[in-house]
Design a protein around this ligand. Structure first.
Ligand SMILES: Nc1ncnc2c1ncn2[C@@H]1O[C@H](COP(=O)(O)OP(=O)(O)O)[C@@H](O)[C@H]1O
Ligand SMILES: [Mg+2]
Length: 435
């Protein structure tokens, strides 16, 4: 007598039971499958929909599924950027009673894309560098909370747009280990080494498929992760020594860390026995300094660079327009209702799945800048928005989750945007990566 189907989840959605668990994932009918771009993987991963939400289903052993489920729970507790766990399904059997693999179910990360779907034809060096920088920043954050990844790669990472850069999320925690007391240098170096090797391989793969811009050096791009990681790690963790009279250096260090997006949990300060020298050693709690400030002021939950961009616009608004002076909370409310919301609401319903609102806002600001340059005067916001919608947004593919008709049959528009947005190379999906 086979075991009954068992579902482990922090809150079980009964709709999970309606998925065809008695069929191998590879044989699920297309009516249960959502076509979305997907990275390369060892296991079979497919997307499905549960109560209107898209989930990723990965077939693996029960032990592996439970381990990864627990790890994702720990990472969420530590506020590390990763996909949200949803459930573990075990005890599956087919119609003949034969056992089927267990499944790990995670929530599809909205507006995220695997690296291969971030560009249409060829990967340009600037995009590759931004991807590698985002991965380096993710690795620093994971290492900072004591997570050893073991299998760092572009394929095990999801990317979201973040005001011209990318924000990276861990998607595959299968090989990870958590050492909350902190990682050794050897463990961190091991991850970096794996990252470099994997990224070089992944970019060479693109090269072999004719998807890397000519003349780009795959190995040099992969090597970029070392420097990017090391300089960020040093900025966060290095001890600094200065003369006792230069105590402003403490404030300065805090400000630099804030500028990098990090907050400080504690700072240990030690005075030399002669009293002339002071050493400081910051302990960084987490990235998201601007994110947290923006949430506090406006309730908007966005990526770090987007938050920085929005806060800058808010500051500019305070200086140029608002008569509320220095009351930050009131200025923030006024900016939200007079600037941010009108832009977001001006986007027609049928175009809202194209890009996340904060990214739309960032692009509208860029568009305003280009238009004002061309006009040699400040372009009115209403004109900027309608020009942006017609010349840029309308031609993008959707980046929220694409539901409904199989995506393979959708037409891919070819765009030449008159406005040189810095990520204008990404107007289509490589349909070879679809399920
Ligand atoms: N929650 C998720 N949201 C979006 N994409 C996902 C999610 N889970 C998996 N994927 C996609 O599936 C791919 C493979 O998943 P992964 O966990 O790396 O499988 P494997 O352990 O077999 O390598 C990822 O590269 C990613 O594109
Ligand atoms: Mg993987």
């Amino acid at each position: 007598m086979p075991d009954a189907l068992s579902i482990t989840a922090s809150s079980v959605d009964p709709a999970l039971l309606s998925l065809p668990w008695s069929l191998p994932l590879g044989e699920w009918p297309s009516s249960d499958i959502v076509s979305l771009p997907k990275g390369l993987s060892r296991h079979l991963v497919r997307f499905s929909s549960v109560s209107g939400r898209v989930v990723a289903v990965k077939e693996t052993t029960e032990q592996m599924a439970r381990r990864e489920y627990d790890m994702l729970g720990n990472l969420a507790r530590l506020d590390a950027p990763c996909v949200d766990r949803f459930a573990v399904i075990a005890g599956r059997t087919d119609a003949a009673g034969e056992p089927l693999p267990a499944a790990l179910v995670t929530a599809h990360l909205k507006f995220s894309l695997p690296y291969r779907a971030l560009f249409t034809q060829v990967l340009r060096p600037e995009t590759a560098t931004r991807l590698v920088d985002a991965l380096a920043a993710l690795l620093v954050r994971l290492h900072n909370v004591g997570f050893f990844w073991g299998d760092v790669s572009l394929s095990n990472t999801l990317f979201r747009r973040d005001a011209g850069a990318f924000a990276a999320y861990l998607v595959d925690a299968e090989t990870g280990e958590l050492h909350e007391a902190g990682l050794t240098r050897g463990q961190r170096e091991h991850d970096l080494d794996v990252a470099r090797t994997n990224i070089a391989g992944e970019i060479m793969d693109l090269e072999a498929g004719g998807r890397l811009e000519g003349g780009v050096d795959a190995v040099a791009i992969a090597d970029g992760i070392m420097e990017s990681y090391r300089s960020l790690w040093a900025a966060l963790t290095d001890a600094e020594t200065f003369g006792a009279s230069e105590s402003w250096r403490i404030t300065e260090r805090v400000r630099r860390l804030n500028d990098l997006g990090f907050d400080i949990g504690e700072m240990s300060i030690e005075q030399a026995p002669d009293g002339n020298r002071v050493s400081i050693q910051p302990k960084v709690v987490d990235a998201g300094h601007h994110q947290r400030r923006l949430i506090r002021l406006t309730g908007l939950d966005v990526e770090e660079n987007q938050a920085r961009r929005l806060l800058n616009d808010m500051d500019e608004f305070r200086v140029r327009i608002s008569r509320l002076g220095d009351d930050e909370d009131m200025v923030a409310h006024e900016w939200l209702t007079r600037v941010f919301e009108p832009v977001v609401k001006a986007i027609p319903w049928d175009l809202r799945a194209k890009l996340e609102p904060a990214e739309v806002f960032h692009q509208v600001l860029e568009h305003r800048w280009y238009m004002s340059q061309a006009l040699e005067k400040s372009a009115p916001l209403a004109e900027v928005i309608s020009s942006y919608i017609d010349t840029v947004l309308r031609h993008r593919r959707d980046e929220a989750t694409v539901m409904g008709p199989p995506t393979e049959t959708m037409a891919i528009p070819v765009i030449t945007s008159p406005i040189p947005l810095d990520d204008d190379e990404d107007a289509g999906v490589d349909w070879r990566d679809l399920v």
